[in-house]
Design a protein. Structure first.
Length: 222
């Protein structure tokens, strides 16, 4: 882990904080670090023993909402506070596309991933993810440990897909520019590039909605 990417995170929280940082940064793209405000918020959550599973699920849910209505601000942990509160109070609804995972567990999730129709160039990533999730389901570890490992596997899958689809990035950028055109004059050059990348990443991730922290949440909460 690159410690300079996290501001003043206590040693006991460094590992979990890094998992959350990596997940958020992958979803939004752009700068690889958290702001000072996000770091302080993350410390407060971890001090209160909020799990990596709950926080990354909140990130997924907020990213899904942003997909429906593009906004000018970058995705931050602060954006996720209200959604996280609902998750922790068991008031957060499960998307219809993920409800079936609730009764399947990690093993069933692995089988659903195998059934997805993926492009040939990422089928090896599909097989690796399914195999690793199946193996994880057999580990004699707690639900939270399994969940954190499962979330890391989902993030790694999407990161590899992003790198394996560089030939599509031009088309994705054109689509993102068209989608965000009304915001272009309102954003500075750096902010514009960050928003484009977030939309581009979102369009790739949304092709495989069951490979997410939300799915891991549902699988271990069965």
């Amino acid at each position: 882990m690159s410690e300079h990417l996290l501001h003043d995170i206590p040693p006991q929280h460094q590992e979990k904080a890094e998992q959350i940082r990596a997940y958020l940064v992958h979803v939004r793209g752009g700068a690889p670090f958290l702001s000072g405000a996000d770091c302080r918020l993350l410390i407060a959550w971890l001090d209160n023993q909020v799990s990596v599973l709950a926080i990354t699920t909140a990130i997924d849910k907020v990213a899904e909402k942003r997909r429906a209505k593009r906004v000018r601000s970058r995705l931050t942990l602060n954006n996720c506070k209200g959604t996280l509160k609902k998750i922790l109070s068991n008031k957060s609804k499960t998307p219809k596309s993920l409800k079936s995972i609730k009764s399947l567990g990690l093993q069933g999730l692995a089988q659903q991933i195998l059934q997805l129709n993926m492009p040939e160039n990422i089928q090896s990533l599909q097989l690796q993810l399914a195999h690793k999730l199946s193996a994880l389901a057999e580990e004699p570890s707690s639900d939270h440990v399994q969940a954190e490992k499962g979330i890391a596997l989902c993030r790694e899958f999407h990161e590899h897909v992003w790198l394996a689809t560089t030939d599509q990035h031009g088309v994705l950028q054109e689509r993102a520019e068209k989608e965000l055109e009304s915001l272009r004059t309102l954003l500075g050059p750096q902010h514009w590039r960050e928003m484009l990348e977030e939309v581009m990443r979102d369009k790739l991730r949304s092709q495989y909605p069951i490979i997410s922290a939300q799915s891991i949440w549902n699988a271990v909460q069965q």
